[in-house]
Design a protein around this ligand. Structure first.
Ligand SMILES: [Zn+2]
Length: 378
C-alpha cells in the first residue's frame, strides 16, 4: 500500500504542514511492511503447475517497493498508485466505465490522470506479464510480479481509492499515515493469510475494478474508527488511540490484505493461462491444464433489472453462487451439478431481498474458479 500517494503539487500543502509540525518526512510514507507482507504471501495461492515461481519470491519481495522509489525519477509514476474513484459520480452509481479512453473522452486526459490510474497500471502489468510468460523470461516476469504486488496492494488500501484520502473532507485529517503506517507497523505480525484458490479473470481490468469497489467500501470503516479512537483517547494519538483504531479496523484490514495476496496470485495465474500455460520450471506436477478447458460461465444481461440468466458448463461437481461486494454469499444457484446448464436469478427469485448494486457470480468446481461481475439496477 503505501506512502505519500499524491503527485507533488497536490501533496505540497500536506508536506509543508508536516515539516512545520517537525514530523520526520519518513513518517508520511508507508512503512513498507504491508507491501512486503503481500509479496511474501501471494505465491502460496499459486496452483501446482506454477509453484516453480516460488523460486523468485525473494526477488519479488526485494523489489515490491520499487514503484514507490521510482516516483522521484519516472515521470507519471506517482499517478499509478491510487484512484480517487468517488470523484466520478458514475462510480457511486455502480456504472463507472472501466475504459480509460472512454473516461478521458468524458473528462479529459489530465483530469483522469490527476485522479489516479492504478487500475489500468495493473492491467498493463498483466499484459506485460503475459508476454514474459510466453517468452518464458522468468526473471523479467518476477520484476513485473513485484510491481503488480505493489499496485494491487495500493488498490486494497481503501484510502488509495478515495478523494478523502487523508480524511480532510470529514474531519479526520492525518488518518492516512495513522492508518497505513503507524498502526500497520505495529500489527504486521498479527496478519495471517491462509491458502486460497486463484481465479481466472476473463477481463483483468474488470476484476481489478471489482476489487477496487470492495476496497473503497472500507473508507467509511476507517473514518468511523478514527472518530471512535479519538473519542476513546481524548483526542491524543497515543496507545489508547491506536489500540482502538486497530480493534475497529482489523477485520476489514485483514480482508483487504488477504484479498491483495489472492488477487495478485489470480492475476499471475490469468497471465499464465493467457500465455498458453507454459511449463514453469521447478513446478509440481498435478493439476492438468485441461481441467479448465471447456469450462464456461456467462451471466447477463448486465446491468439487469429483474432477471439474470446464468449459463455454466464444466466437469462437475459444479457450484454457482452469487456474492455481494463485501464478499457475503447471497444465493446458491447450482449445487453439485455436472455438464452444462442454465439458471436465472434476480429480485423475484430471491423474494425481493436483494438491492441494487454490484454482484459476483462465481462458478467453482475441481480446479475451477470463474467469476462474472453483474450490476443490478433499480
Ligand atoms: Zn504505492
Amino acid at each position: 500500500m503505501l506512502r505519500s500517494r499524491r503527485p507533488l503539487h497536490r501533496r505540497f500543502v500536506a508536506i509543508v504542514a508536516l515539516l512545520w509540525l517537525a514530523h520526520p518526512v519518513p513518517g508520511w510514507t508507508w512503512g513498507a511492511g504491508t507491501h512486503h507482507y503481500i509479496a511474501q504471501n501471494y505465491s502460496k495461492h499459486l496452483p501446482a503447475l506454477m509453484t516453480g515461481l516460488c523460486a523468485y519470491d525473494s526477488i519479488v519481495n526485494l523489489h515490491v517497493t520499487d514503484p514507490d522509489t521510482r516516483k522521484g525519477s519516472v515521470p507519471g509514476e506517482s499517478y499509478r498508485h491510487y484512484i480517487d474513484a468517488d470523484y466520478y459520480p458514475a462510480f457511486l452509481a455502480g456504472t463507472l466505465t472501466h475504459s480509460r479512453a472512454t473516461l478521458e473522452a468524458q473528462y479529459g486526459a489530465s483530469v483522469v490522470l490527476n485522479n489516479g490510474i492504478v487500475p489500468w497500471a495493473v492491467g498493463e502489468n498483466v499484459a506485460t506479464l503475459t508476454q514474459q510468460f510466453q517468452a518464458q523470461n522468468w526473471s523479467a516476469a518476477a520484476l513485473t510480479i513485484a510491481d503488480m504486488c505493489h499496485y494491487v496492494g495500493d488498490i486494497n488500501q481503501p484510502l488509495h481509492c478515495t478523494q478523502n484520502y487523508d480524511g480532510a473532507m470529514t474531519g479526520n485529517s492525518g488518518i492516512h499515515s495513522r492508518y497505513e503506517t503507524t498502526m500497520m507497523t505495529s500489527h504486521i505480525a498479527d496478519l495471517h493469510t491462509s491458502v486460497m484458490p486463484v481465479t481466472y479473470y476473463a477481463s483483468a481490468v474488470d476484476a481489478i475494478f471489482d476489487n477496487l469497489t470492495a476496497s473503497w467500501a472500507g473508507v467509511s470503516t476507517i473514518m468511523a474508527a478514527d472518530n471512535t479512537a479519538k473519542a476513546a483517547s481524548g483526542g491524543s494519538y497515543n496507545s489508547t488511540y491506536y489500540t482502538s483504531l486497530w480493534t475497529s479496523t482489523q477485520d476489514m484490514t485483514r480482508t483487504r490484505v488477504d484479498a491483495a495476496t489472492q488477487m495478485t496470485a489470480s492475476l499471475v495465474y490469468t497471465a499464465w493461462v493467457d500465455a498458453g500455460q507454459p511449463v514453469v520450471p521447478g513446478s509440481n506436477a498435478g493439476v492438468a491444464p485441461s481441467a479448465i478447458a471447456g469450462a464456461r460461465l456467462d451471466a447477463g444481461p448486465t446491468p439487469f433489472r429483474d432477471h439474470l440468466t446464468v449459463r455454466y458448463a464444466g466437469a462437475g461437481p459444479l457450484n454457482v453462487d452469487v456474492y455481494d461486494v463485501r464478499g457475503a454469499r447471497v444465493a446458491r444457484l447450482v449445487d453439485g451439478a455436472s455438464g452444462a446448464g442454465s439458471v436465472s436469478w434476480g429480485r423475484a427469485s430471491s423474494g425481493g431481498n436483494v438491492g441494487p448494486g454490484l454482484y459476483f457470480v462465481r462458478l467453482t468446481g475441481p480446479n475451477l474458479n470463474v467469476v462474472r461481475r453483474v450490476t443490478l439496477v433499480q
